[in-house]
Design a protein. Structure first.
Length: 404
């Protein structure tokens, strides 16, 4: 006695086996698997015939594929028409904002720093005292020169009177011409000595003024890295005391690679961008360097920043978009683009035999224009691109455009 598993239609095998079905055997209201126990009264031939008939019936019922009726659901999608728009052909470079009114304050004399009169970030006016340097020795020099000046002044005043007296005596014939000329010579010498003493005193007096460091123009005080008691030195390698910057007369310094040298010219548009890519300043190139920077191998160009800009500061690094030209190009919404293995595609809705299908097309993406992509190649103006449900679409899929 053995077991056989067969595919049977409802009611067909059950009538043949009668009571041979075991309790707990699998049953089904439709098609199913039925473990059947055959009695010895069935021959091998009868079993084979029954199996072949049931298998034929089962194959015939599964070979027919149900056709989609006219009421089958379609994927609803929204579409927009690809448009032609003027698109800027540009390149982006790093730029540095610099102020034409920015000064690094260094001492003009050497000495000990005795006082710091301002704080970092403080707004100051032109001529405001920022720091003082020990000037006692210089004050002594000025006092000595003032005394020498008074001495020369006394000699000059005496010789001035004396030359007038000698001239009168000479005119009256009391003294000789030689004596008169000697007095005139003494007067000229005393006059020159006095004038030299005055200039020496003025020079040292001016030098004394350098011991008080002042703001060269209105601006904001930068970092103050020195401290009271520090020795500060003058000269080319002197000590930096602080900086004073006025946030006006700003310029963007941009270095253009030499391979674009033929395209660089005055008047090219420049967009200055913030860290989020938003345009904070629209300007134009107003200076082109006649030589290439030997270190960066780039051409320096400058673009002025409008007065009163609050988004830009001196020494700030920003991204600069240099606009070479503008030409019309097809643009599509960013939402229409799907990437597969890094390749951008769009789905274009086409009408085929009275219905609509999603046609997948590879595209070449250009620059972004607001919320759109410029598309140099792949689709043409006027084609309807799908912008909704693109993650569920496949090439050739039937779709239904939504109104509006």
């Amino acid at each position: 006695m053995g077991w056989v598993v067969v595919a049977a239609e409802k009611g067909k095998l059950a009538g043949e086996i009668g009571e041979t079905r075991l309790p707990g055997a699998f049953t089904s209201d439709g098609y199913g698997l039925k473990p059947v126990r055959f009695c010895k009264k069935f021959s091998a031939t009868s079993i084979a015939v029954a199996l072949m008939g049931m298998l034929a019936a089962g194959c015939g019922s599964g070979a027919k594929k149900p056709a989609a009726g006219p009421g089958a659901q379609l994927m609803p999608v929204r579409t927009v028409s690809a448009q032609m728009q003027p698109v800027a052909q540009s390149s982006e470079y790093m730029a540095t904002i610099k102020s034409r009114r920015s000064a690094t304050i260094s001492p003009q004399v050497s000495g000990i720093l005795t006082n710091i009169l301002v704080n970092s970030g403080e707004q100051v006016k032109a001529g405001r005292a920022l720091m003082t340097i020990d000037s006692r020795q210089q004050q002594a020099n000025v006092a000595s020169l003032e005394a020498a000046e008074r001495q020369q002044k006394a000699a000059y005043d005496y010789n001035k009177i004396e030359v007038a007296r000698q001239k009168q005596l000479f005119n009256e014939g009391i003294v000789s011409r030689q004596a008169n000329q000697q007095e005139e010579q003494a007067y000229e010498n005393s006059k020159a000595s006095y004038e030299a003493a005055v200039e020496a005193r003025k020079t040292q007096q001016q030098l004394l003024d350098y011991y008080t460091v002042r703001a060269p123009f209105d601006g904001v005080v930068g970092d103050v890295p020195v401290h009271v008691g520090d020795y500060v030195a003058s000269g080319s390698s002197g000590t930096m005391l602080t900086t004073v910057d006025e946030n006006r007369d700003l310029e963007a310094y941009i270095y253009i690679p030499t391979e674009r040298a033929a395209d660089v010219r005055m008047g090219l548009g420049v967009d200055l961008l913030d860290s989020a890519g938003n345009v904070v300043e629209k300007t134009k190139i107003d200076f082109v360097s006649p030589q290439v920077d030997s270190t960066l191998q780039g051409i320096l160009v400058k673009a002025s920043v409008r007065p009163g800009s609050q988004e830009l500061r001196n020494s700030q690094m920003v991204e600069a978009r240099v606009i070479w030209n503008t030409k019309p190009m097809v643009v599509i919404p960013v939402l229409a683009v799907v990437r597969q293995n890094g390749i951008p595609f769009v789905y274009v809705m086409n009408q085929v035999n009275g219905s609509y299908e999603a046609d997948q097309k590879a595209v070449t993406l250009g620059q972004t224009v607001g919320n759109n992509y410029a598309v140099p190649a792949g689709i043409g103006a006027g084609e309807r691109v799908i912008v909704s449900g693109t993650q569920f679409l496949v090439n050739g899929m039937k779709v239904q455009p939504l109104p509006g």
